[in-house]
Design a binder for this molecule. Structure first.
Ligand SMILES: Cc1cc2nc3c(=O)[nH]c(=O)nc-3n(C[C@H](O)[C@H](O)[C@H](O)COP(=O)(O)OP(=O)(O)OC[C@H]3O[C@@H](n4cnc5c(N)ncnc54)[C@H](O)[C@@H]3O)c2cc1C
Length: 372
């Protein structure tokens, strides 16, 4: 049985960012990942947008960590050659009712500390994006795009260079509280089971983070930790005529079917949002539905120019009845599980927030160690 100091479950962008941050100062850190490489789930199935922080309620972790994480992310990218571009975003209103919503969003963004937001009239919009049709837009200069694989690779390599260990093909299947911390079982590729002990356990298992909390003995319904899977699909467009991200006004469960760019300025539209019972990444939605949403702000688009591209699944705490749920980032000493930190519901803007969120978790670990 191996004794570990800090175990992180999950090598998505969140687990990797935490390992990157903690490995500055702590030794004997192990990331346990069930796949054969990092970033095989939600961290590689998203829009790869660096969000500015307009969309989240002031004071929430989503708002604060997004704004802080965005600044950190641009510095990390610039200083370490991680692919990115500060392309800017237009958040567009295509009807009179949506204009009121834009005003609310601009105020909210400013309250969250997002700088440089401007209203663009139709003539300003046409000047920078001639194909886009809107009655008014918010221009957000600090929104950008990032190569998320490149970012995760940077976090992983730096953490490993500081002696953190990433153990692949290893699924955590059981966890027991012990007086020194936790004992957990890991199933390997050949179905062998190994046991480990750890003082600190960080649950950043994405879509399975509620199940990991359950393995630790937490009643996930009573705690409000149960996740609901909310799928988001994308269609690609065979044209390259945009230079900015184009977002419609947000929908209750997502930021809306936007036009996203990759670093080659290839365009993908998505994600839509609907709840599912199982993880399945096939694109099932008819393209007419996408087309009807997109043509409101991009009338030049033709139905036969869209092709199914990819999908991702949001680990949502919010049910269909709820309006908003914040990230859960919770040290569990009050549940008599000292040394456990649960990260649950890390949906968007988790990629943008990752470095700030890692710093937030590191402060929790410092406080756990100072009380040992
Ligand atoms: C459609 C969509 C679009 C998005 N767009 C954006 C965007 O543009 N900008 C933005 O900032 N955010 C965006 N997000 C959010 C962002 O992608 C996530 O917040 C982020 O990727 C979450 O990372 P994670 O490490 O928590 O989860 P994951 O990437 O899912 O990583 C969790 C890891 O845990 C592992 N794991 C799970 N269970 C176990 C176990 N029992 N044992 C071992 N390993 C285990 C998994 O294999 C996985 O590798 C989007 C999300 C979706 C779904």
């Amino acid at each position: 049985m191996t004794d570990i100091n800090i175990t992180i479950i999950g090598a998505g962008v969140i687990g990797l960012a935490i390992a990157w941050e903690l490995s500055r100062k702590y030794e004997n850190i192990v990331i346990v990942e069930r796949h054969n490489s990092f970033g095989q789930e939600t961290s590689s199935r998203n829009s790869e947008v660096i969000h500015s922080g307009i969309h989240y309620p002031p004071g929430s972790l989503k708002a604060n960590l997004c704004v802080e994480g965005r600044g950190m992310l641009y510095d990390i990218c610039k200083n370490n050659g991680v692919g990115h571009e500060r392309v800017g975003k237009l958040l567009v209103a295509t009807s009179e009712e949506e204009i009121d919503l834009l005003e609310t969003l601009k105020k909210q963004g400013e309250e969250n500390g997002v700088e440089g937001l401007l209203f663009y009239e139709p003539a300003d919009i046409k000047r920078i994006e001639p194909a886009v049709n809107a009655k008014l837009a918010i221009y957000s200069p600090d929104s950008g795009i990032i190569d998320s694989h490149n970012l995760m690779s940077y976090f992983a390599h730096v953490a490993e260079s500081r002696d953190a260990l990433i153990v692949y093909n290893s699924e955590v299947i059981d966890i027991a509280r012990k007086n020194y911390g936790f004992e957990f079982k890991v199933k390997g590729l050949d179905k062998t089971i190994d046991k480990f002990t750890t003082k600190i356990l960080i649950n950043s298992a994405g879509l399975c983070s509620d199940k990991i909390a359950g393995m630790c003995g937490i009643d996930i319904d009573e705690a409000g930790y149960r996740l609901h899977l909310c799928k988001g699909e994308y269609f690609s467009w065979n044209k390259k005529i945009l230079n900015h991200l184009i977002y419609p006004v947000p929908h209750k469960f997502s930021l809306g079917i936007h036009a996203g760019l990759d670093l080659n300025h290839d365009i993908k539209f998505g994600p839509n949002a609907y709840f599912v019972d199982e993880i399945d990444y096939q694109v099932n939605t008819e393209k007419e539905k996408f087309y009807n949403s997109i043509k409101k702000y991009l009338p030049v688009i033709k139905l036969d120019e869209l092709s199914p591209a990819m999908s991702g699944i949001r680990p949502k705490l919010q049910t269909e009845e709820e309006d908003f749920r914040d990230f859960i980032i919770c040290p569990e000493s009050e549940r008599d599980l000292p040394g456990l930190i649960n990260l649950i519901g890390i949906e968007s803007p988790g990629l943008t927030a990752a470095p700030a969120l890692a710093l937030y978790v590191a402060k929790m670990i410092d406080s756990i160690y100072s009380n040992l």
